[in-house]
Ligand binder design. Sequence first.
Ligand code: ADP
Length: 735
Amino acid sequence: MKIESLELPEAVIRFYLDSGIEELYPPQAEAIEKGLLEGKNLLAAIPTASGKTLLAELAMLKSISNRGKALYIVPLRALASEKFDRFRTFSSVSVKGEGNGGLRVGISTGDFESRDERLGSNDIIVATSEKTDSLLRNETSWMQEITTIVVDEVHLLDSANRGPTLEVTLTKLMKLNPGCQIIALSATVGNAYEIADWLKAKLVLSEWRPTRLQEGVYLNGNINFHGSQKRIVSRTKDEAVNVVLDTLEEGGQCLVFESSRKNSVSFAKRAGTKVAEILDKPTRKALDELVEEIIENGETEAANELAKCVRNGTAFHHAGLNSAHRRIVEDGFRTNKIKVISSTPTLAAGLNLPARRVIIRSYRRYDPNYGMQPIPVLDYKQMAGRAGRPHLDPYGESILIAKSYNEMTGLFDNYIDADAEDIWSKLGSENALRTHILSTIVNGFATTREGLLEFIEATFFAHQNDTWGIMDVVDECLDFLRNHGMLEGEDTLLPTVLGRLVSTLYIDPLSGAYIVEGLKKAKAEYITDMTLLHLICKTPDMRQLYMRASDYEVINDIIMARSEEFVEVPPRSKEVDYEWFMAEVKTALLVEDWIKEKSLDQITKKFGVGEGDVHAFSDIAEWLMHSTSRLAGLISPEMSTDISSHVALLEKRIHYGASSDLIELVSIRGIGRVRARKLYDSGLKTVQAIKSSDIDTVSELIGPKTARKLFEELGIASGLRPSGSGEGLKSGTMS
Ligand code: ADP
């Protein structure tokens, strides 16, 4: 089917032709035949890189040309940016007819307690599923104007922690905009028809790929495919390294999936020593530039570790990397400077980063309850599917590694020739339901118990299961919400002011209950930063650090020494709860170090985490401290002491990772905590002091480039003595 034959605005057709796309891929053509451009709901369950995004674009552009508005829902923030960048390439295309301007695209991933009303002026809005849920909770008005919803990676309905939110969000959107077109994009899962049925969508199910994928198993020096075999030259003892070298010799790149961060780092190191030997001069030079960039953007020893690998043409990739390093590694691989990335499986679910060959070094993953377990077929298919770069590689290969003949035949049966599993709704548990029941009532989607049942009947859970069992769980949730003052009434369910606030803050009602209880109990004379940090680290919304064997004694001593700082008496050391308590305290200690300006290098070493983790922990802690601040404002008459200002200050300190004395300086755009500390310790303690200083003094402290930027930011011509005060601050952080 030709792009030219589609009923789309001329400008859109020209855009695609100009980018070299003339003919639709078979699954795209099937989608058109099934009503994609006529507003029909559609589920496309097709492999990665087979043109899902383009298919969604066609539907969105058609809808926008008819004065519609599209919402594109993704599971991860990183994916939101990737899609945002892609859709922005349409900004010069007059989709809405000549004279109506180009397409406008917005992205919404930030702050949960906001409506982002201004985003309503866009034609396409990209948002994560959590952010979409929070926009609905905050009753954002443009939500009702949406005419096309795209749900990327809809098979994540199966995920225990993200699935329920996606499911409830979709159910709400369908109720809010009954005529809206839904385009769901999915990996090929066992029961795609069931999801399609739930969404009242036509199904496009296909294994078609633009680049051929060969799946094989390596054993004793050979890669075995169905019907063929390839001999791999043995150059090192590590067989996976031999497979990597073979790929590079053929001019390809490699993605290697490992089961843990530690293994991904050690493989990148090991492979690097061999890969370095076959790099040509221009590549080495290009890699040296990347190395400099990595060092410039790193504050920990991990940067040196990564730099060492990259100098050799390899890299590791996992959630512990900071965002600059992640970007450098991804771009370096896309531009074929970095030849090998060894990664944890998270990369497979995330970015679009294909390679000629994918090596799955471990098909087992650690499970805290059951030890090492084989991964699901769906995960294998997601990883294998990364092999083969469309338009660049003649084919892609994915390779599993076996140690014995039996293991190899097992791998063929259980992965290569196996179908992906069915996916199952995870909405049925109290932990998943509590928060969604509250928001469903707050936003008026249900006002009675019967109304709630009706709402649940519309979910994917009810599509797969009988609902009689779930009503017991619903009643438990209702009791919980009533007992904690978030809900009133028996026949008519009425949210209280507290209930509304908890819902819009986007925290679990259990977190809300813990925080409120803690704030009421806290006694002025014992309140420290730790009191409040431990309070938020105890909530189910906080991600918790694991306890390592070496931690027990240290954390135990800290708990004993600081026992008065906690709002509750610590459990006895023999109680099961004590293990949890220790993990909460350990997490709180990490955030405490962060706001005491401990260096990232110190924190990452002490807690055994990466830079990316420290930022992730502080992001969640900031959001929970913000929630604590809002809750404290609401319940202040019931508190024995007013700690609102302490909480508000902590929120800022977590945001900047700084002590209280630095808040004024770190509020200036471009000044981080390290530079602010240098200025402060040299006597430049306030914006006014900097303004009264001169550029040379400031340059000596923070470098001439940043000093110039700082002076510009403060509205001072460099070198001139400034006057006035207050300009150039980040919004609203100064009094
Ligand atoms: P997915 O979202 O399934 O990973 P994309 O839609 O991003 O796939 O497509 C992958 C690549 O294939 C992109 O570079 C895209 O431009 C290209 N592509 C998609 N559809 C076509 C087509 N019909 N003809 C040629 N190239 C296409």
